[in-house]
Design a protein around this ligand. Structure first.
Ligand code: NAP
Length: 475
């Protein structure tokens, strides 16, 4: 297990010798001590990335593609080991962790394929006087900042396209889950990524470390995934030097079930949308809007499906739901549930923090949730499904859109035309239509409103790390 900073192709302790503890949320025991990077380390990483940039961007797209392809293969070979690391530092169930490693590795494969497809454009100017050539170039040294909830996938979803585009990077992983990011650095080095092209600097002094990098003129791009609150702060800091920003921020996904939906399919989708990662996903269904006619059947079956889940240490292969990431996260979920109950919501399942070790919170279903309950407007980030009934279709759309977030929404109906019509009216960057999972390396992932700026995945993910250069040419 690597626990040092990865800078310029070498593993090294923090310049000031500081370390921090990484905890296992299931046992509350210290898992490892990791080098705690400071501003000096971060700037050394930026310098290494700056030095590596000319050679890396000059490599042929095919060479970069083959290194990424090799990284995909090595990550699959190390699937189980990396999955165990994810379970230990993040807490999620092993099945979810294995799924995450596969999903994460796919970003290396997809961007190996995209590296050779950075197509430009050529056209004749409308007046016929000259040609317009548009070329794509790597944007330069990129600062990547990731959250703890998908410690592998959020890193590869940025590193893959950045390397494919010809950029070099410094990654600052979440301090709750740095070990997975360090394991990915090992994979990339073994795949042939040259020294300095990928640097990883775990740090608990996030604000200081990221601030120092954003002030450095070599940083040309910030790609951030995390909360809207921190995203806003970083956008303001990036504005100082007009750094290009891609922001993947928080969500508050509505899950709409119309009267004509297939109830079993809707419950299956609800379980995926709600319970992947124990509810700790930006795409997690946060609010269930269920049309009155179908509500009794949907609620009964959802409660049964949630009750059948086994909670425990994620390392146990039979466990479906692990602990939440830390005590603060668990206490926030409990607080949101208590707020809803105080305002009149009914507990159909769960709803109470269990005694004992580990940051566990049980699968919980609340119905008759009043519209002013906090958990309808805040990200729950836990295994809690609040249900609100509605009568008319337009009410569902209005309620779904009544939020500052706009990442994803889910919609269940057997009438595809109706589904497509409503999907167009939902103010979210993504819609799961009769599907509880939208994430796909080949698709543009991202949000509207305060859920973000830009897209990751698909071809768009590559373009986020490229600049367009227009040449006015006459011949
Ligand atoms: P977070 O608190 O915003 O942290 C994200 C990253 O920013 C971490 O690396 C964190 O470092 C760093 N950070 C925190 N405060 C900072 C500051 N003042 N200045 C500079 N950096 C700072 O988010 P999180 O709790 O890790 O992750 C959960 C959030 O991420 C949720 O809101 C979720 O919806 C969102 N998310 C969005 C997507 C998406 O694609 N849209 C995907 C996954 C998660 P430390 O860990 O050291 O604090």
């Amino acid at each position: 297990m690597q626990t040092n900073l990865f800078i310029d192709g070498a593993w090294r302790p923090a310049a000031d010798g500081r370390t921090f503890a990484v905890e296992d949320p299931a046992t509350e025991r210290e898992l490892a001590r990791v080098a705690d990077g400071g501003a000096e380390d971060a700037l050394a990483a930026v310098a290494a990335a700056g030095k590596a940039l000319p050679a890396w961007s000059a490599r042929s797209p095919r060479e970069r593609a083959e290194i990424l392809r090799r990284a995909f293969e090595l990550m699959i070979e190390r699937r189980d080991e990396i999955a165990h690391l994810i379970v230990q530092e993040n807490g999620k169930a092993l099945r979810d962790a294995v799924g995450e490693v596969m999903y994460a590795a796919e970003f290396f494969r997809w961007y190996a394929e995209e590296a050779v497809r950075a197509l430009g454009e050529m056209s004749t100017a409308p007046n016929g006087a000259n040609r317009i050539l548009v070329q794509l170039q790597p944007i330069g040294v990129s600062l990547l900042v990731t959250p703890w909830n998908f410690p592998a996938a959020m890193a590869t979803r940025k590193i893959g396209p950045a390397l494919a585009a010809g950029c070099t990077v410094v990654l600052k992983p979440a301090s709750a889950t740095p070990l997975t990011a360090l394991a990915i650095a090992e994979v990339l080095a073994a795949a042939g990524v040259p020294a300095g092209a990928v640097n990883v600097v775990p740090a608990t002094r996030s604000s200081e470390v990221i601030g120092a990098m954003l002030r450095d003129s070599r940083i040309r791009k910030l790609s951030f995934t995390g909360s809207t609150e921190v995203g806003r702060l970083l956008l303001a800091q990036a504005a100082e030097r007009v750094v290009s920003c891609s922001m993947e921020l928080g969500g508050n996904a509505p899950f709409i079930v119309l009267d004509d939906a297939d109830v079993d399919a809707a419950v299956h989708g609800a379980m995926v949308a709600k319970m992947r990662n124990g509810g700790q996903a930006c795409t997690a269904a946060n609010r269930f809007y269920v049309q009155r006619g179908i509500a009794p059947a949907f609620v009964t079956r959802l409660v049964a499906a949630m009750a059948a889940l086994r909670m425990g240490n994620g390392l146990d292969a039979d466990v479906d739901v692990g602990p939440l990431v830390n005590a603060e996260a668990r206490d926030k979920v409990q607080e949101l549930v208590e707020d809803a109950v105080t305002r009149g919501a009914r507990v159909r399942l769960g709803g109470r923090t269990p005694a004992g070790t580990g940051f566990f919170y049980p699968p919980t279903v609340l119905d008759a949730v009043p519209r002013d309950a906090r958990l309808l407007s805040e990200e729950i980030f836990g295994p809690v499904a609040p249900i609100v009934e509605f009568d008319a279709e337009h009410d569902a759309v209005r309620l779904a859109n009544d939020t500052e977030y706009g990442l994803v929404s889910y919609l269940y109906t057997k009438d595809l035309a109706r589904g497509l019509r409503l999907a167009e009216r939902l103010d979210t960057g993504m819609v799961g239509l009769n599907r509880g999972l939208v994430s796909d390396p080949a698709a543009p992932f991202g949000g509207m409103k305060q859920s973000g700026i830009g897209r990751e995945g698909g071809h768009d993910g590559l373009l986020e790390f490229m600049e367009k250069k227009y040449l006015a040419v006459e011949w």
